[in-house]
Design a protein around this ligand. Structure first.
Ligand code: ZN
Ligand code: ZN
Length: 266
């Protein structure tokens, strides 16, 4: 049974990632319009009616702003923590959220949807109760980890052994420092509860690297403080300097802000 991942949109302006097997179809976040989700799914031959659930990472608008319209049309279960659900309900632009669609999950407690084992774990990001997710089916593992802020042994333990790593490379520190963001925002992004820089992302990937890891997709790039070539080259430079990593064996790519990434199948 193959595990599949396709990023439909990734970045500070909206996030939505498809993860599935032949039997189950899931979305991680819905921070783009329903129409864009439908187009993205259609491009990989997934009927939105066959989505089994939407997993929310946290309540920031770039992760939830499309979920109201999608949930009302397709009536799919929404998996998240109770705190994140309550915070999501406070986001007025969502409109009325059907309460019966909410399925409570708990960080560090696995749950199963059909043939997929899902493991939510906490991140340091500055939201009410943020989680990242790993997905397992048979002996394969895919991890989706954006909005990390920083990482520690706990994060490393959770991401370890992944075959596919979808990971944040949010900003270039120098671009951010000289850019036009106000000081408080620069400070927030650079802090341990903000976002991972390209360099930190490269360091985390190098820590996680083992022979199981075949695909790394960099995501959640800042529109103002990064660009795809820079994220790619910065991470590649970090990895190339690690003697234990054979970059030729690693498929490294950058998720697009507004269109599908390649469909990765492992
Ligand atoms: Zn966030
Ligand atoms: Zn975000």
């Amino acid at each position: 049974m193959a595990l599949k991942l396709c990023s439909i949109a990734s970045g500070s302006s909206g996030n939505c990632i498809y993860v599935g097997t032949d039997k189950v179809n899931l979305l991680v976040d819905s921070g783009i319009s329903r129409k864009k989700v439908e187009i993205g799914l259609n491009d990989i031959n997934i009927d939105p009616n066959t989505i089994d659930g939407i997993l929310i990472t946290h309540e920031h608008s770039d992760h939830i702003k499309g979920i109201g319209v999608f949930a009302r049309k397709y009536k799919k279960p929404i998996y998240t923590t109770r705190k994140t659900w309550n915070a999501t309900l406070n986001y007025s632009a969502l409109g009325k959220m059907p309460d019966d669609l909410f399925v409570e999950i708990f960080p560090n407690e696995d749950f199963v949807i059909k043939d997929m084992m899902i493991h939510p774990f906490k991140s340091f990001h500055d939201a009410i109760d943020p989680v990242c997710y790993t997905f397992r089916s048979e002996d394969k593992k895919i991890s989706v980890a954006t909005d990390l802020g920083c990482y520690d042994e706990y994060i490393i333990d959770n991401l370890h052994g992944s075959n596919v790593l979808f990971i944040e490379a949010n900003h270039d520190v120098r671009l951010l420092e000289v850019g036009k963001y106000p000081y408080f925002l620069k400070k927030r992004i650079l802090s341990d509860v903000g976002h991972l820089s390209n360099e930190k992302s490269g360091e985390l990937i190098s820590t996680l690297y083992d022979e199981a890891l075949s695909h790394v997709i960099l995501g959640h790039l800042s529109k103002e403080n990064n660009f795809p070539e820079l994220a790619y080259e910065s991470v590649k430079t970090v990895l190339s300097n690690c003697s234990h990593i054979n970059c030729n064996d690693l498929n490294l790519s950058v998720a697009s802000r507004n269109s599908n990434s390649e469909l990765v199948v492992v």
